[in-house]
Write a protein that binds this ligand. Structure first.
Ligand code: NAD
Length: 344
């Protein structure tokens, strides 16, 4: 097994996370030679980790020992960096969002095809345990057929960092967290989209969205609400899933939650009306005790290789990529549709 020699372009938050937290898990397959960052301060920090420090992109691209690069720079630079790296004969791992829009992505994919180099996007949240549980529920129907998926991430810290506040760098939450949640959704639901409605929020007064809500109807009948917020001082569950025989909730990344399903028992007493506020309701009364069962969430793990294990097999053994460029493109098409729907 010969490890793939990598140079990391952009040694900021995510570039360093790859190097120190993800790539070491694959050290037989992935070897980090060095880093290139336009910031002298980041070069200095990287040098403390015994990386080779490249001081120009050209130095990276003309280094014949480098087989692949990871692009972990602000979103507006992905396209040009990817095209230059591919043309220099390097394989490319690119951070999400792959590019600013579909047109830019098509330019990159054209060059990847011409050069026959691997171009793969780091849609890492396909391996998130909460998503894997949702996928398990969707596939194996523990709460019946899922027909409503609500997926949310909410915080109260506003838009982080510097470039994420600016349009020209591809800032905003739809291009940030939105890409993850939409990638998960399209990886889950294998159906064409019938309708998209959306609203972006600008509560903090930035030129980019600080959150959004979108409602997507798929042709197979599944409905999804996707919401990202950065001004939520208390938050809704990470996942709320409705199936034909039950409801599941995954509260957070700690995987706390449960599923409540129909017990299927016969001769169940009708729910009794309850006092609700200053009124009376039977519709919203809890079901009688025998009518439902509360169960722990199912366990789930990915039945596909981790990102870099797969990348290695794609490069060395021509395996199928676990993140396919057609899938990434579909997410970018949907993002453009959400921007348009929000304007409408
Ligand atoms: P960051 O600001 O922390 O780091 C970016 C780094 O790139 C900085 O050190 C900056 O100096 C450097 N840089 C800027 N332009 C450059 C260029 N042309 N060449 C070389 N270096 C350059 O940003 P970040 O949070 O690390 O985000 C970087 C990318 O990673 C973004 O695309 C972001 O969306 C993505 N990201 C992905 C995840 C994930 O979970 N997949 C998480 C966070 C960020």
């Amino acid at each position: 097994m010969t490890a793939i020699n990598f140079a990391v372009i952009g040694y900021g938050g995510m570039g360093s996370y790859h190097i120190h937290n993800i790539m070491p898990n694959e050290n037989e397959r992935i070897h980090v030679v060095g880093t290139y960052d336009i910031s002298g301060e980041r070069q200095q920090i990287s040098s403390q980790h015994n990386h080779k420090i490249y001081t120009s992109l050209e130095d990276v691209l003309t280094d014949d020992t480098i087989e692949a690069v990871l692009i972990a720079t602000p979103n507006d630079s992905h396209k040009d960096l990817a095209i230059q790296a591919l043309k220099a004969g390097k394989h490319v791992v690119c951070e999400k969002p792959v590019t600013m829009n579909v047109e830019e992505l098509d330019d990159v994919l054209k060059v990847a095809k011409e050069t026959s180099k691997t171009f793969m996007v780091h849609q890492n949240r396909r391996w998130d345990p909460d998503f894997l549980i949702t996928r398990e529920l969707y596939k194996n129907q523990q709460i019946g057929e899922l027909f409503q998926i609500e997926t949310r991430v909410q915080g109260a810290n506003g838009i982080p960092g510097d470039w994420r506040h600016e349009l020209k760098h591809g800032g905003g939450m739809l291009l940030d967290w939105g890409v993850h949640l939409l990638d998960q959704l399209l990886f889950l639901v294998d159906s064409r989209i019938e309708k998209v409605s959306a609203d972006l929020s600008y509560i903090l007064g930035d030129e980019v969205d600080d959150g959004f809500i979108t409602y997507i109807i798929f042709e197979n009948g599944v409905r999804a609400i996707i919401e990202v917020g950065t001004t939520n001082y208390t938050k809704l569950p990470r996942w709320y899933l409705k199936g034909t025989q039950g409801t599941a909730v995954i509260h957070d990344w700690d995987l706390s939650g449960e599923m409540v399903i129909e017990s299927g028992k016969k001769n169940i007493q009708a729910p009794k009306p309850i006092q609700a506020g200053v009124g009376l309701t039977k519709t919203m009364a809890p079901p009688s005790e025998e009518a439902t069962e509360t169960l722990p969430l199912p366990k789930a793990s990915a039945e596909y290789d981790t990102f870099y294990k797969n990348f290695y097999k794609v490069v060395r053994e021509q395996a199928e990529p676990v993140v396919k460029n057609e899938e990434v493109r579909k997410v970018m098409v949907l993002i453009e549709e959400i921007f348009k729907a929000a304007k409408r």
